[in-house]
Design a protein around this ligand. Sequence first.
Ligand SMILES: Nc1ncnc2c1ncn2[C@@H]1O[C@H](COP(=O)(O)OP(=O)(O)O)[C@@H](O)[C@H]1O
Ligand SMILES: [Mg+2]
Length: 258
Amino acid sequence: MTPGASPQALLDVRALSKAFGGLRAVDAVSLAVHEGEILGLLGPNGSGKTTLFNLIAGDLAPDAGEIYFAGRPITRYAPSRRAALGIVRTFQLVRALLNLTVLDNVLVARLYGREPAPSVSRARAEARRCLEIAGLDDRAGRPAARLPLADRKKLEIARALAARPRLLLLDEPAAGLDQREVDALLSLVRGARAEGITLMIVEHNMRVVHALCDRVVVLSAGRAIAEGTPARVLEHAAVVEVYLGRGDPPVRPLTGPR
Ligand SMILES: Nc1ncnc2c1ncn2[C@@H]1O[C@H](COP(=O)(O)OP(=O)(O)O)[C@@H](O)[C@H]1O
Ligand SMILES: [Mg+2]
């Protein structure tokens, strides 16, 4: 345990900052994610959510601040080393290997992720289990390229699950999904949590946020401006202002579940 690191936090982000030229995309953000928790990360487009994920996963290096994972300072670790510790992320735009089948996409992740399966047959069995959790088991043999968007998003999550995450970062998993598809996503995420995975979710869909998140953090122009339970935070005047003050709000915090 590193002196000063929060003993309960699986992820502890301290005063993390990242600028692009003069733009402070992430500005002195501090937050903690506790083991077993689902933390929502909210904020309008451009508020720094994806940049924060990039910093946590190691795809970007911060200008300042520290990141601790399970008490270990990982701020300068490469993405592969963070993945080996169990930090796995999905992308806002799906990145499946389109020329492979659904099962092979997950199999690859199971063979090359953290704690790779000891044999291909074991990996295949475990990959099938990830497809089951993701609700894709009946499409295992299909080329990934032929999947509709909702199934590609499930595949992205199945691949992430196959990498055995301790902390799974989901970037807008419900974007573009209809109501029924969102319901499937909710059970998928609950299934992941039941497997012992801690989650951080960027999401604009308030039904998803209310249904899943134990706690949310709201970003505005790179700064964390509010933190608490979804119900409390979404009543918060400053949060409503952030969303409603910018034409085209991505969420309707006052109307509740859609
Ligand atoms: N690689 C980059 N180079 C320059 N500017 C970037 C880059 N990535 C993000 N930004 C800018 O940083 C800000 C935060 O972006 P982002 O983290 O993607 O926001 P969000 O995910 O909340 O919509 C935006 O103004 C965006 O244009
Ligand atoms: Mg984003």
